[in-house]
Write a protein that binds this ligand. Structure first.
Ligand SMILES: Cc1cc2nc3c(=O)[nH]c(=O)nc-3n(C[C@H](O)[C@H](O)[C@H](O)COP(=O)(O)OP(=O)(O)OC[C@H]3O[C@@H](n4cnc5c(N)ncnc54)[C@H](O)[C@@H]3O)c2cc1C
Length: 460
């Protein structure tokens, strides 16, 4: 780190905010297993919006690039300083600026973990529905910056649906707010939505206004195993066609069940080709009614069903579901997953395409994910320390992206483009649309100093 950079960062945020010593933790995110890691020029952890603004002004003054960082759980390499940037971590910005349970809303700083936001809402009998998997590490600012989803997105929508306003600092150091504690706001272009999902390339989000909703009193899951992916997808489509609105509508394919099925907390038929998990929620009476109807629809054609009701059995099912990604990785020693999304009615084709693409590249492939949203975690299983397998998985990923677009979908449903999928937008947008994407970046960040090389529309 140059002497001028150290001096200016210390002036901006105080001596204690500029880290000394081993900075490796800030050099990677959840893509580390794929060899994606960098070395930060410096790590600075401001404690207030004014300090974030001062840090960005200092970096702008020295033309030093900056990578915003939340909890580092991203699956697209977005928070990784691959060009030796300054890492600006939000972890010290954890204030709850306001909590108004009677108005179903809160304003929190960006560094609060997702799990903390969940608990804050729950203590008041409320729910903050977005539930991406690494909630104890990910931060609300990171969730907003990636517009994170999760299983409950089927009924409740992704993170952006719950953000009514945000405070952010532009690369120049100017602080802006879009929206606020309001439920509706159509004045001006929707710049709040533009920053949601912008992956730290347009501004640093410092605080968010979130809307909350009353906590459902009961949640009852129903799991059903089917002989084939087609039979399972028929059942998934039948649920939606019947007008039922489960809170969660997930699937796991045959390869996933081979890798993770041994610890399923009930009997799983050995020849199961697809497992569907749905959740009924609401008042106890409503959840019980929806559970019965889900059971009725899913039982038609299922090999077996499992519909636990006791708290411990329900928790056992979700614990198993939460461990699926780890179990798939453990099956061979590693994995590479992509979160492609397709129209709901093309899910069965995407499930088949994932397995076929894997085979074409000499890899066992499987998928699971958010069936109701058509969002697959399409995964190539790898052996540990297998550079050749990793290279073939990267080639398979290109085919997966092509297949998603061919099916009318998108290369990312919830993880974003980051570094891993930079340039992939060119597959699915027209030239004019790509120009607009690049123009927006230039408008917010004319010097290109904020998270450079991430979320690029075109291959660089
Ligand atoms: C086990 C596991 C399960 C997961 N499950 C899901 C899931 O179900 N659904 C889902 O959508 N994702 C999931 N993820 C991915 C990840 O948790 C989400 O993308 C999450 O929103 C990232 O938050 P973070 O705070 O860790 O962000 P980081 O990884 O730190 O950063 C992600 C991106 O956001 C930017 N960023 C972070 N904070 C800010 C800020 N305050 N201002 C501006 N930019 C910022 C970074 O520059 C980067 O580009 C999972 C990850 C893991 C490891």
């Amino acid at each position: 780190m140059s002497a001028a950079l150290t001096r200016d960062l210390r002036r901006a945020a105080g001596d204690a905010a500029v880290l000394d010593g081993d900075l490796r933790h800030y050099g990677h995110d959840a893509t580390e297993a794929h060899g994606i890691a960098g070395v930060p020029a410096a790590v600075v952890l401001p404690s207030s919006t004014a300090e974030v603004a001062a840090v960005l002004r200092a970096c702008d003054g020295l033309d030093v690039p900056v990578v915003p960082r939340g909890g580092g759980t991203g699956l697209a390499g977005g928070a990784v300083p691959l060009g030796g940037e300054v890492v600006l971590g939000l972890e010290r910005m954890v204030a709850v600026r306001s909590m108004a349970p009677e108005h179903w809303r809160t304003e929190v700083e960006a560094g609060l973990t997702t799990g903390h936001v969940h608990r804050l809402a729950r203590e008041s009998g409320l729910l903050f529905p977005p539930d991406p998997g690494a909630a104890e590490q990910s931060q609300i600012g990171g969730n907003v910056a990636t517009n994170a989803g999760g299983p409950h997105a089927f009924k409740y929508g992704v993170t952006g649906r719950w953000v009514t306003g945000l405070e952010a600092v532009l690369p120049s150091g100017e602080t802006v707010t879009f929206g606020g504690p309001v439920r509706k706001d159509v004045a001006g272009y929707d710049l709040r939505s533009l920053l949601i999902g912008s992956e730290g390339t347009l501004a640093v989000i410092t605080a968010v206004w979130l809307s909350l909703t009353p906590m459902p009193e009961a949640r009852l899951p129903v799991a059903a195993a089917f002989a084939s992916a087609d039979a399972g997808c028929d059942a998934i489509e039948a649920i939606v066609a019947s007008g039922l609105v489960p809170a969660i509508l997930e699937y796991l394919d045959a390869g996933t069940l081979t890798a993770a099925g041994a610890s399923f907390p009930a009997v799983l038929p050995p020849d199961a080709g697809l497992l569907v998990i749905a959740e009924a929620d609401g008042s106890p009476a409503e959840a019980a009614r929806v559970r019965e109807e889900l059971l009725e629809v899913l039982s038609d054609g299922a090999l077996s069903t499992h519909a636990p009701q006791s708290r411990s059995d329900v928790e056992a099912l979700w614990r198993w579901r939460d461990g699926v990604s780890t179990a798939v990785a453990a099956h061979r020693g590693g994995k590479m997953g992509e979160d492609i999304v397709v129209p709901f009615d093309r899910l069965r084709e995407a499930i088949a395409a994932t397995v076929e693409i894997g085979a074409r590249h000499g890899l066992d492939a499987c998928s699971w994910g958010h069936a109701g949203d058509g969002n697959l975690h399409a995964t190539m299983m790898l052996r540990r320390d297998d550079p050749d397998g990793l290279a073939r998985a990267a080639a398979a990923a290109e085919d997966l992206f092509a297949a998603a677009v061919e099916l009318g979908g998108s290369v990312s449903g919830e993880h974003g483009l980051g570094w891993v999928k930079r340039g992939q937008l060119a597959r699915q947008w027209t030239e004019a649309a790509l120009d607009l994407h690049e123009g927006v970046k230039r408008l917010f960040d004319p010097k290109g100093l904020l998270n450079p090389q991430k979320k690029l529309a075109r291959p660089s």
